[in-house]
Design a protein around this ligand. Structure first.
Ligand code: SF4
Ligand code: SF4
Length: 347
């Protein structure tokens, strides 16, 4: 990995330069919650001053720039004896600035499924390849447990990754594109002082982690506690609303729909993000539901995050952002559920 520094003035010029030819998205302040805290969201930036680099957490994740809530997969023109299919993968180059390490690591997990599987997803691939990612270090919130999940440090999956070291940024360069962009804005070689400041900044971040989740034996626990009453305890509270999966940076379940218009001349196929907590997730033709109870659906969501993905890709799917815990109106969050499973195991 190559490292450079860039002054904050030049960073501003760099982003303004990128905005001239690309769509640039970043965290913006949108509203306040009931407690008066700012609510942030990744949105298109019209100018540099809209960017809130000291944002805390966005309710929804930048995943939706790669897996939109709803997307058109194909449109069809239907004739008397033939039909034409129209598919678009292409997108204009764009930049996402300010992504946290956990969200970048979440994208890398999605890459495993969307890019490296037997059937790569061309829609995701086009978005991923045409998006420049500029990441940013941050101090964790009280409930972040990304460190427990090994997702608090991003080593790949970005073009540039910034750490604030006072009047400049310490920049990790993750791609040729990142290198070319940075070098247009008077990037400097790293000095010994910069290295010291970088280490201090990293230690400061590390010292702020408050929430830990012991995930050492969680994959095994998922098997051992498959019939545990813990699932009923939490699952019976679940409202089956699906919010947890919608805000999660790594949940990728979806459903497809095909619609034909009333004239039978046009049709569309679209894909919608879905949640395994929704009542009809495992319902099949004829009306049979393989997961009729909320606690079974909740169990399988955790199973996928902490057991199934480990089996398939040797890593948990969860990155420890706790967005699901914040979004859940029933008060269900991974730390409490896993702590309960561990306690049950010890008894
Ligand atoms: S903490 Fe929740 S929202 Fe965040 S990655 Fe894990 S399961 Fe998804
Ligand atoms: S957000 Fe909470 S209540 Fe809604 S489906 Fe997820 S776990 Fe259940």
């Amino acid at each position: 990995m190559l490292y450079k520094t860039i002054s904050k003035d030049n960073f501003r010029k760099m982003l303004e330069g990128l905005m001239e030819n690309n769509e640039v998205m970043g965290p913006r302040w949108r509203d306040r919650d009931a407690q008066g805290n700012k609510i942030y969201r990744f949105l298109k930036l019209n100018n540099f001053d809209e960017l809130e680099l000291d944002y805390t957490r966005t309710y929804s994740s930048p995943k939706n720039f790669f897996l939109p809530f709803k997307e058109n997969l194909a449109t069809y023109k239907l004739g008397d004896s033939d039909w034409e299919q129209d598919i678009h993968y292409t997108i204009h180059p764009r930049v996402i600035v300010g992504m946290r390490a956990c969200d970048i690591n979440a994208l890398r997990k999605l890459d495993e499924v969307m890019l490296k599987s037997v059937y790569p997803n061309p829609y995701y691939s086009a978005r991923r390849e045409n998006t420049i990612i500029i990441g940013l270090d941050h101090e964790p919130l009280e409930d972040c447990f990304c460190r427990s999940m090994g997702a608090d440090v991003a080593l790949r999956g970005f073009d540039l990754f910034l750490t604030d070291i006072g009047d400049k940024y310490f920049v990790a360069i993750g791609s040729d594109t990142g290198y070319r962009i940075l070098n247009q804005y008077d990037a400097q070689d790293v000095t010994e002082d910069d290295q010291l400041e970088f280490k201090r900044a990293k230690q400061e971040i590390e010292s702020k982690f408050k929430t830990q989740v012991d995930v050492t034996i969680v994959p095994e626990l998922m098997d051992l506690e498959f019939e545990s009453e813990v699932w009923e305890k939490w699952g019976d509270k679940c409202l089956s609303c699906g919010s947890c999966a919608m805000v999660c940076p790594t949940c990728y379940c979806y459903g497809t729909e095909e619609e034909v218009d009333l004239t039978f001349t046009h049709a569309t196929k679209s894909r919608c993000l879905y949640s395994c907590n929704l009542l009809d997730f495992a319902m099949v033709a004829g009306g049979h539901n393989f997961r009729p109870d909320s606690h079974i659906r909740l169990k399988y969501r955790y199973y996928h995050q902490f057991r199934g993905f480990v089996e398939a890709f040797n890593q948990s799917l969860c990155v420890g952002c706790n967005r699901c815990g914040v979004a859940c109106l029933a008060g269900i969050n991974p730390k409490d559920v896993i702590d309960d499973l561990i306690t049950t195991e010890k008894l």
